[in-house]
Design a protein around this ligand. Structure first.
Ligand code: XMP
Length: 521
């Protein structure tokens, strides 16, 4: 089901060769007010109309052009007078197609930051590269001989051809990743490509899509009823408000209390949607059921699968109570889809199976309505704001579908859930009080599956370790730990230990993503 793609006059197509960060290219381009879509090389082959396409970007990916067979693009696309930019594998592919040489070699591989030096001026690097700057590299193969009619714009110590161009054909290539935040000001490079090379004029914005989305939901759903899994997070809340605007009383919002939510969260959400927005909300308390099924389960993927399946069961049961329910509305986002499986059928490898993605319609016999599946989190917040969603929900930190289950490392018990809810509540409230909450992308407390010795008063204790995590991020794909002030850490550690029975040690997680993930499981 495709939403909000009508009336787009100018777009950039991103050809996905399977990089983990392909979606970030779309992100950067949309930040610049330009609509972009990601398609597979196969979809590109089948494409018939090119008139609304103002530029093509070939993404990075795990393939290599040094073997006989490799993923490619039809040569004709280079004859259509559409500007093309290759990133990483995309650059190597361009070089290969035009007769350059590429080699896989330990000497030339680069992972992480590299210093880029300017060799020649170019419209592509205006205000991006004056003389040198830090960029993010992630490649084993490298171009060793440039094709005819291509010039070098910039190099690093190990990559002679870090930026290349063929101005006549408007073909460009960058070996590094301007889409990741570790490349300084990568957005400027995209801006140069879009506005100076592709000559994009039309501005696209998330809010301009609101009316279109609502109308499309109405057209798709017609007189049938829709069930919405409302968790109180920004995604499902925005979905509920969008569907409500489209079909009003034919929307049934179901809140399943798994017992794995943050302290008082469900009551707060229920009250807001029932009283303030007057939505048709049903609250189902399944906490005992979930806890029973999770007993003695410590494997993170098993936890996710169990919770996902129980959700389906509860929904199936509930949907049968209402007539004409044909649709399930979900707050699935773009990044959920990437890390679970590739939405484009490309080679992006699976990191975690997010419980709200995949498999639902077959089992439930309901069609999916996923109006946010092409949006990133902050785009959803823009939509939420324009729908009048209360700030406490619109700017709430992301919370995973499996809830506290994946923040209690190891076995889950009612007691451990209670301990964690208390600690988390103290942590989050303190962040809000000290005006730190809105500077952080996501913060939470977790329980580790080990006990350690402590001393409280004159008594030896043997209790849980509470781990605190706070990260900054743009979209959850990469993250850095937040530098909490020392006095905050001192006082939060005290507050948690003094107020939560069962915790005698507090630690702060100082890893970024990658190499860690945001959640512990
Ligand atoms: P990770 O831990 O993969 O998390 O770095 C990235 C973002 O996704 C959230 N997350 C989930 N959300 N179901 C969800 O709906 C899940 O199973 C799940 N696992 C992680 C996580 O909270 C972070 O915002």
């Amino acid at each position: 089901m495709q939403f909000h793609k009508d009336k787009i006059k100018e777009k950039i197509l991103i050809i996905d060769f399977g990089s983990q960060v392909t979606k970030l290219i779309a992100r950067r381009i949309r930040d610049l007010g330009v609509y972009s879509e990601i398609i597979t090389p196969n979809e590109l082959k089948k494409l018939k109309r090119y008139n609304d396409i103002k530029g093509l970007i070939l993404s990075g990916g795990p393939s290599t052009v040094t073997t006989k067979k490799f993923q490619s693009v039809p040569k004709e696309i280079f004859e259509k007078k559409i500007p093309i930019m290759g990133i990483c594998y995309g650059l190597q592919l361009i070089a290969k197609i035009f007769g350059g040489q590429i080699k896989s070699s330990n000497k030339r591989r680069e992972f992480g930051r590299a210093l880029l030096f300017r060799k020649k001026s170019s419209i592509l690097i205006k205000n991006f590269l004056d003389s040198k700057k830090s960029v993010w590299m992630s490649h084993e193969d490298a171009v060793i001989k440039l094709p005819k009619n291509f010039k070098v714009i910039a190099s690093t110590k190990d990559s002679k051809f870090a930026i290349i161009e063929n101005t006549k054909k408007k073909i460009y290539g960058v070996q590094f990743h301007p889409e990741v935040t570790h490349t300084d000001n990568g957005k400027q490079l995209f801006a140069n490509f879009l506005f100076s090379i592709c000559n994009i004029k039309y501005k696209w914005s998330v809010t301009s899509q609101k009316k279109i989305i609502i109308k499309q939901i109405r057209n798709i759903v017609k007189k049938d009823r829709v069930i919405c899994a409302l968790s109180g997070g920004v995604d499902s809340s925005v979905v509920a408000l969008l569907v409500n605007k489209a079909i009003r009383r034919n929307l049934i919002c179901i809140m399943v209390d798994t017992g794995l939510m943050r302290k008082n969260e469900f009551k707060h959400t229920y009250h807001i949607f029932k009283k303030r927005y007057n939505l048709n909300v049903k609250l189902i308390n399944s906490s005992k059921f979930f806890l029973r099924k999770l007993k003695n389960v410590s494997n993170p993927e098993k936890k996710r699968k169990i919770i996902g399946n129980l959700f389906i069961k509860v929904f199936e049961k509930e949907s049968k109570k209402h007539k004409n329910v044909k649709f399930l509305a979900q707050g699935t986002l773009y990044p959920d889809i990437i890390e679970s499986k590739s939405s484009t059928g490309s080679k992006t490898s699976k990191i975690k199976s997010h419980h709200n993605v995949g498999g639902l319609p077959k089992k439930m016999n309901l069609k999916l309505v996923e109006p946010l599946k092409d949006f990133f989190k902050d785009e959803v917040r823009i939509l939420g704001k324009s729908l009048g969603l209360v700030k406490s929900i619109n700017y709430k930190h992301p919370f995973p579908g499996p809830g506290l289950a994946i923040r209690i490392v190891g076995n889950i018990t009612a007691e451990r859930v209670k301990i964690l809810q208390e600690a988390d509540n103290i942590f989050i409230n303190e962040l809000i009080k000290k005006n730190l909450y809105n500077k952080i992308w996501q913060a939470y407390a977790a329980l580790l599956p080990i006990k350690t010795v402590g001393v409280m008063g004159d008594i030896r204790t043997y209790e849980n370790i509470c781990l605190l995590r706070a990260v900054t991020s743009e979209d959850g794909m990469t993250a850095d730990y937040f530098n909490l002030p020392k006095n905050f850490l001192d006082s939060i550690s005290n507050k948690i230990i003094n107020n939560v029975k069962g915790i005698n040690r507090v630690v702060y997680d100082i890893t970024s993503k990658p190499p860690s993930t945001i959640e512990l499981e």
